[in-house]
Design a protein around this ligand. Structure first.
Ligand code: TYM
Length: 346
């Protein structure tokens, strides 16, 4: 096992309101990786509970993310789709990483500061230690590539630091266990496409987010055509026409956001889109964006709804995926325990 298999791992939290940012920044990329890599896609229910979740909603949202994966085009017969809590190695490795990562490293995590806000004292310990669990998710499979949106970059850097510190701290026993080049790989973030940071439709300086109290700030994957049209029409813009070149979007965050959404949905570059729409007003561009969004999201949303009604199928996919994931993570975790010096029965 000294050879490192090229392996993709990524995850989405089942916290409801799956939106266009999740699709363009992550799920659409997951779909594209399937032809070149062995892929493991996780619904990270253990991450979700770092903030209290209604248990029924958590189950529903777990099925929603699973349905989105499949409706977007991830093939559960060829790759692994599962929910995190079905594979105990995530929590086991996270504990070891709690003992590898340094407080100073976690204190720098901007997502914790954003989520905890002024109320850090009252946040769960899990929310603080969350990035260690995320590192464990990836490294429990010794995954090498991690497609994510821009906002996860810092967490990926932390995962790399943890992998490296583990390899250094235990270098002697790693060699004794027969691994010549360290045990964990340095997982590489793949932040790809034209929409790696989709912004709120109401405020071009804020990320599109599941937790924004205004539903008008985002396009949800389950929105119907009428809702998509209403939200795009109401999206904030500026009074100017679209520029003909990308640098004309500097200082125009709302315009830049809508153009990059159009580009990502139509598999074009921003420059291509401006080639076509440069000089046009939003009164022309917005209806074109509505048509495109309805064309791309409509069928996917309908398929998600159909799948979510078939709980037996969804839960079956997660159970089979969980079994396959455990088969990969178990021997890796056995080696971790040996490397750390834990005595095992077998
Ligand atoms: P989560 O659930 O917040 O988001 C899921 C994915 O969607 C991307 N994303 C966005 N991309 C572009 N624009 C946006 N506005 C936008 N909002 C969200 C995220 O970058 C992410 O790729 N910590 C992760 C989940 C996770 C994970 C992992 C990811 C847990 N373990 C291991 C990769 C590997 C999270 O909270 O994502």
């Amino acid at each position: 096992m000294t050879e490192q298999t090229q392996r993709v791992f990524s995850g989405v939290q089942p916290t409801g309101n799956l939106h266009l940012g999740n699709y363009l920044g992550a799920i659409k990329r997951f779909v594209e990786m399937q032809d070149s890599y062995e892929c493991i896609y996780c619904v990270v229910d253990m991450h979700a509970i770092t903030v209290w979740q209604d248990p029924q909603e958590l189950s529903r949202n777990t099925r929603e993310v699973t349905a989105a994966y499949i409706a977007a085009g991830i093939k559960p017969d060829e790759h692994i789709i599962f929910n995190q809590s079905q594979v105990p190695q995530h929590a086991e490795l996270a504990w070891i990483f709690n003992c590898v990562a340094r407080m100073g490293w976690l204190n720098r995590m901007t997502q914790f500061k954003d989520k905890a806000g002024k109320n850090a004292e009252n946040s769960s310990v899990g929310l603080y230690a969350y990035p260690n669990l995320m590192a464990a998710d990836i490294l429990a499979y010794r995954a090498t590539h991690v497609p994510v949106g821009e906002d996860q970059k810092q967490h990926l850097e932390l995962a790399r630091d943890i992998a490296q510190k583990f390899n250094n701290d235990f270098s002697k026993s790693i060699k004794q266990a027969g691994f010549k080049d360290g045990f964990f790989p340095q997982p590489e973030p793949l932040i790809l496409g034209e929409a790696t940071r989709v912004m709120s439709l109401k405020d071009g300086s804020k990320k599109m987010s599941k937790s924004d109290p205004s539903d008008l700030s985002r396009l949800n994957l389950l929105d119907d055509a009428e809702t998509i049209a209403r939200k795009v029409k109401k999206a904030r813009t500026d009074p100017d026409a679209l520029p003909s070149e990308p640098k004309g979007l500097d200082g125009r965050p709302e315009a830049a956001n809508l153009v990059s959404i159009y580009a990502a949905l139509s598999d074009q570059t921003t420059a291509d889109v401006l080639n076509e729409y440069g000089g046009q007003q939003f009164s022309v561009f917005k209806p074109a964006l509505v048509d495109l969004a309805v064309e791309k999201l409509g069928p996917m949303g309908a398929e998600m709804k159909r799948l979510m009604d078939d709980k037996t199928y969804i839960d079956g996919v997660l159970a089979k995926g969980g079994e396959q994931a455990r088969a990969i993570a178990e021997p890796i975790m056995d080696n971790v325990k040996r490397i750390v010096g834990f005595i095992r029965a077998k």
